[in-house]
Design a protein around this ligand. Sequence first.
Ligand code: ZN
Length: 741
Amino acid sequence: METLPNPAHPERKIKNMKNHPKNRWQDSVAKTLDPVARLVYRSNLIGEDPTLTNTGGGNTSSKIKETDPLTGQETEVMWVKGSGGDLRTAKRDGFSSLYMEKLKGLQKNYLASKTKGPKTQIEDDMVGAYAHCTFNLNPRPSSIDTPLHGFVPARHVDHTHPNAAISLAACAKGKELTKEIYGDEVIWTEWQRPGFDLGLILEKLCKDHPKAKGAIMGQHGLINWHEDDKKCYELTLELVGRAAEAIAKKDRGEMTFSGEKYKSPGEKERKALWLSILPWLRGRVSAQQRMIGTVQEDATILRFVNSKDAPRLAGMGTSCPDHFLRTKIKPLYVAWNPATGDVAKLRSLLEEGLEAYRADYKKYYEKCKRKDSPAMRDPNPTVVLIPGLGMVAWGKSKSESRVTAEFYNCAVEVMRGAEALGGYINLPQQEAFDIEYWQLEEAKLRRMPPEQELARQVIAVVGAGSGIGKETAHRLAKEGASIVCVDLNEKAAQETSAELVKKLGDGIGVAGTGISGCGPAIGLGANIVDRKSVAEMLGEAVYAYGGIDGVVVTAGIFVPPDLEGRIPDEKWAQTFAINVTGSYVVADEANKIFKAQGLSASLVLTTSVNAVVAKKGSLAYDTSKAAANHLVRELAIELSPLVRVNAVAPATVVQGSAMFPRDRVMASLAKYKIPFSEKEGDEELRTRLAEFYAKRTLTQSPITPADQAEAAFLLVSGKRFPRTTGQVIHVDGGLADGFLR
Ligand SMILES: [Zn+2]
């Protein structure tokens, strides 16, 4: 144990530093920054530390002297984290800026209103008034927490959602413990929904307790302030550290959550159990709208789900308002005994649990709804807890489901802390409802841009390492799908997925075990002629996202004949194995997932115009593609009505194609007597050949991977051709010889 001077309170030494968040402030960085940039820096430092706040939670502010663009005079402006975004990733444009004088001036209007106080109309109206206080046309909307910052007189304010502080805030004896831990430095305030009135309460608190440095806001979190920004940051660390210390002192060790009731199976067995349940469960929770999953099965969450107290605590629901907007008022917990390994029993318990959950949610809505409440939302749980296995969280995108998982991780930590401190208490149902169905929240939801066409969909692209597959992966990702990039060449698949993640960003939310902590794309290796390899690949995809909605297969092979025009038997067999059997194996394995989910799905294969045009020099390839065409039709019948099966049939896509290596391009140029030089680059030669091919088509234009990707997108999306199945679409520039008949 070390003893160090306490930066915020030099008179007091900090003991047991291990419970204290790490101070990561660097003067060398801060001194190069302007006052707003220092606020961004401080915010990012707080946001990056999960012990200090959760994704999207908390906000920070600085009151800064600025030159008024209207008068040229100096004026005081508050920069405060605006609505949306989060502290970890916030940049300058994430902060709103308000004239302090105007913001303070709103108090007069508010106080003049006959009805005022929490949950009154005037409170919500005030949020609209913040826009009128905007300094310098800053377009970032102000959050509902703006008055919490504005009415505290100190120059710098941090409001955070640290698990340790929320444990205190959500503890039966929170008020007494706050006094015990912080003396008069931090004052307790009772739970109240954030808004104008809470700002006034804090203003009064500062007046009544001039020495106070912060407040624990009941069932919510921590707020603290300082005249100096670095000291404000250090104060945040210190106050969180002191709460964490108090919890550590009362840590119940083996008896956390009253001790263990169930034991988890080993890692491998657990994963097999997850895979046997996930697609089915996804289908169930997606009854109203498709959801993407995130699995969490680390020691912390397993300790919770396996504990004696888990059913009681899970039933109480989450406390911090930030948490339950994503996690719903409570998770679904099923009392399955993992020692039995009985998956059928687990399924039936989940089925019963889901039914009861939906009925309960409806009851909660009916009981708490007000005259003007928005319509009831999806009654399915977003967090499912299974003893022995852990947790799966659901959201409309991968990023959202990670946030949901993160918030329930936080909720578990809060419950652990609060139980250690003397007993966890939840927020009363009506209060939870008034947050969940707040008109302001509803308005926020309505302001969101409409969902993308492939949002909520997970699509695997087999052959995504190059050419048409790579292009298709990009095309589908652009429409909002989560993409599983698959290739025989695992590295190439991962390169494509890395490109997608770079383009789209990882999103927010810090949770998920192993590959389930992924972003909008993953890259996996698989050999489509090996059923085991395909099954393993699909298993990884299911573990990463919860299920699959579509598969596009672009993988294929062209083996040129030898100089005498012959193709060896093993090459013939290989051509059929990859071009026909491979597609079949992928379809057959994916269909197991589609069936378990019970959700409509789509399969797109890639055949070739050569399937219907017999020509010299490509006997094995053409014959295999003819078989693939018929495979499409057979699969369309076999997999109906749940799965649509169609194909794209390209012709002579030269650009970026792995099927047109340099020597094949040169051989073709020579065959058609097109002059070229060996010194020319690959793409130059390919373009020349592509132009030659283009001239043979009806549209007279070269055929690109993007053309194929577009067709794959139209076919895989359930919205464009929802009633088309068993069809092969030629994307060939128009070859009369290839017309289907
Ligand atoms: Zn808050």
